[in-house]
Design a binder for this molecule. Structure first.
Ligand code: B12
Ligand code: SF4
Length: 452
């Protein structure tokens, strides 16, 4: 799992914010037992990876868009050394025709069936297919993730679990409907059984949108309730319409939810395909979450059409008014093949197709309501304002959720983690920035040759 500088071992993403990567542990568990393989998980978050010296028969690399150039470079170095390289993950699924040029084989979509198939082909010395494509998935019956293969001391929480995949909504900026259009759900009691096996009192449910099926989310909460553990996850704000579900979540031990608030501007939300969320209701909905003992990790996106330079202060005002426990700000990023990407491409507004900059932290398109620099600096300003020590105190101390000592302690840790992140926020670099790299690859000039 390659990482960019900001997320790498020595980057701005503090250990307090790092939890165990489920992608690696899931793929490791899928290695067929009969192959008797020695498996190693390498997360650049936790340790360095040297493609020039690593010993392996086959290497799988998981790729998100912002790390694709680095993954392609690693793949080239490894293949030049005679090692078989397989690329998979969201970026490979979005642009397989590009990725195929950078690997021995690629795996598109979910790999529960195809990764074992590929490994069996490899072990039997059968020629690998160039592309192992998505297959229908049932989410039940797979081996438990190999959490034992990670360096536990490097992560704040090892108990990362997944119950659903995909999402029923269709937001124009989001990769999920494009990469994984269908929603899958695990048996809630199997998820609870997996959680029960984990040591410790807390766990993280990383599903992007388990609440898009409220009936299922309620059953999941019911299954978690007897475990007596505390958990954090993601949801959409309209769950607050469902009082029964809110009670179930509280009883289940839910103590924190990441909510994609995106924008306080209804026009902007409309252009994002998220008009079903009305920002006029956000204040009371967030208060209701707080009153149920649930802290809010509120995520905002800046730079979508409809935003002007006033958006940063307006958003901050709301963040403080709503006592958002853990706010996060991203720059709108047109990930390849998404409706947002296609629209900006059609309007000739993309300024770079170097994926290195497609990481939610760089401006890769011409915004409408402000300059690219204004958008970058405004986002940086929002991070800095929200995570000053006085701001952290102002937000946390006015949130009803932090009356719970466990939530309070967690919020202090994570807020201080983002305080470090905000303090290390880099200066503006116009994109494309020839000669300057976001990642410290062993040989940067080679990386650019590969991409272009
Ligand atoms: C958890 C998570 C994080 C965590 C990561 C913590 C951790 N240690 O794992 C945190 C919060 C740090 C994070 C950060 C970011 N994330 Co994130 N994250 C996720 C999330 C919600 C879950 C990933 C996961 O664990 N899935 C569970 C595993 C089992 O599924 P999987 O990864 O898809 O893997 C399966 C297949 O894809 C395939 N596969 C994957 N890799 C490989 C490799 C091989 C060789 C093979 C064979 C198969 C294969 O097999 C697996 C089994 O089927 C995803 C959304 C999602 N649902 O995937 C977003 C997601 C991956 N993140 C995304 C983004 C944008 C980011 C950030 C850039 C956000 C930001 N603005 O800072 C950063 C970048 C971080 C970085 N490393 O550079 C985007 C990526 C979009 C893109 N095209 O690049 C996603 C898809 C969310 C979204 N809706 O857009 N993220
Ligand atoms: S942004 Fe959230 S609600 Fe919208 S499609 Fe993506 S996962 Fe679903």
């Amino acid at each position: 799992m390659p990482q960019s500088v900001r997320y790498g071992k020595d980057g701005a993403f503090d250990q307090r914010l790092r939890y165990a990567p489920l992608t690696l542990t899931t793929l490791a568990a899928l290695v067929p037992e009969e192959l008797d393989a020695e498996v190693k998980c390498l997360d650049e978050w936790a340790e360095d990876f040297d493609p020039y010296t690593i010993q392996a028969d086959i290497v799988g690399i998981t790729v998100i868009t912002g790390n694709a150039p680095k993954a392609y470079l690693y793949s080239k170095i490894l293949r030049d050394r005679g090692i078989t390289v397989v690329l998979g993950g969201v970026h490979i699924t979005l642009v397989p025709e590009e990725a195929e040029n950078h690997a021995t084989s690629i795996v598109c979509g979910y790999a529960e069936e195809t990764w074992p198939e590929l490994l069996r082909d490899f072990a039997a010395k059968r020629p690998l297919k160039k592309r192992y494509d998505r297959q229908p998935l049932t989410m039940d019956g797979y081996p438990r993730p190999r959490r034992d293969l990670l360096m536990k001391q490097k992560y704040t929480n090892m108990n990362v679990v997944q119950a659903t995949r995909g999402c029923m909504h269709r937001c124009t900026f989001c990769v999920v409907p494009t990469a994984w259009p269908k929603q899958y759900q695990r048996d809630p009691y199997d998820v609870a059984a997996e959680v029960a096996e984990m040591p410790g009192k807390t766990f993280i449910l990383i599903d992007l949108s388990p609440s898009s099926d409220e009936e299922y989310f309620g059953r999941l909460a019911d299954a978690f309730a007897p475990l007596g553990k505390y958990w954090g996850g993601l949801a959409t704000l309209n769950i607050t319409d469902n009082r029964v579900l809110m009670k179930k979540l509280e009883r289940s031990g839910c103590r924190g939810l990441l909510i994609g608030l995106e924008s306080q501007n209804p026009k902007t939300l409309r252009s994002m395909g998220k008009a079903w969320q009305d920002p006029a209701d956000n204040l009371w909905r967030i208060k209701m979450l707080h009153d149920h003992g649930i802290a809010v990790n509120g995520c905002f996106v800046f730079g979508v059409d409809g935003d002007t330079e006033g958006v940063f202060d307006e958003t901050l005002e709301f963040v403080f008014k709503a006592s958002i426990d853990l706010p996060r700000f991203a720059i709108a990023t047109p990930f390849p093949r998404t409706p947002l990407y296609r629209m900006l491409d059609k309007q000739n507004r993309l300024v770079s197709r170097n994926w290195e900059w497609y990481d939610g932290q760089h401006v890769v398109f011409q915004p409408k309501g402000m300059t690219a620099k204004g958008l970058y600096e405004g986002t940086k300003y929002a991070w800095k304002q929200a995570y000053k020590l006085t701001s952290i105190g102002r937000r946390i101390l006015t949130s009803a959720a932090s009356l719970n000592p466990i939530i309070f302690a967690t919020l202090i840790g994570t807020n201080l983690g983002y305080n470090v992140y905000a303090r290390k926020y880099p200066g503006y670099m116009p994109v494309p920035c020839e000669g300057k790299s976001w990642f410290h690859a062993p040989d940067f000039s080679e990386a650019h040759q590969i991409i272009t």
